[in-house]
Write a protein that binds this ligand. Structure first.
Ligand code: ZN
Length: 194
């Protein structure tokens, strides 16, 4: 034990990651419940506080990979350092089965466009449950070791591209970052990792 252990971790895959994490903060916005958060974000928007800023309130980022502040002139956003045990305890992935059952494997999409890969790899609608679990497990591990790419940031929040590997192929999946380390699956296939 020592300073080194407090700053650097090694994940299950053997990758080293920084334990230096922050929580993004905008005043007046609670992390939950969602209904109150929505009301206050809208009220604050009427007072001129931008919805993009309030959308990331409460979100956890690894300090080496966070949006650059200020997001705009007169930005009220702040950041506070949080201990890695908070990230470890609170972070979780929400990987909806409908992303597979009703999208990837929906008859009108199956085998077409980007999701054709799942058919090529031999998956069927019966694998939806297993896939959603695999995604949640892999993406959470990657997020907690800071292995995400920041994509679009707008009034809906910060989108992340997170690596997933299936069938020995590595690619990005698309997630929405939510307060307190929640990541929510948006797009099962978001492009190859080059
Ligand atoms: Zn701001």
């Amino acid at each position: 034990m020592g300073v080194f252990d407090e700053l650097i971790g090694v994940n299950e895959k053997g990758d080293i990651f920084s334990k230096n994490w922050i929580e993004w903060e905008h005043f007046m916005i609670p992390n939950k419940p969602q209904w109150l958060r929505d009301i206050l974000r809208n009220l604050m928007a009427l007072k001129g506080h931008c919805l993009t800023c309030t959308s990331v309130d409460g979100c956890y980022f690894i300090a080496s990979n966070m949006p650059e502040r200020p997001l705009h002139p007169h930005c009220d956003c702040k950041q506070k350092g949080i201990s890695y045990s908070i990230v470890q305890t609170k972070a979780h992935a929400v990987s909806g089965i409908e992303k597979f059952r009703d999208y990837v494997f929906a008859p009108k999409h199956f085998g077409k466009g980007k999701v054709a890969l799942f058919k090529e790899w031999g998956y069927t609608i019966d694998d939806s449950e297993e896939l959603r679990n695999t995604y949640a497990e892999q993406a959470l591990l990657a997020y907690k070791s800071g292995q995400y790419k920041r994509k679009k940031l707008d009034e809906h929040g910060q989108q992340l591209a997170i690596p997933v590997s299936l069938n020995a192929k590595k690619f990005y999946s698309g997630w929405m970052l939510r307060p307190e380390g929640e990541i929510v699956l948006i797009t099962p296939f978001g492009g190859w990792i080059k």
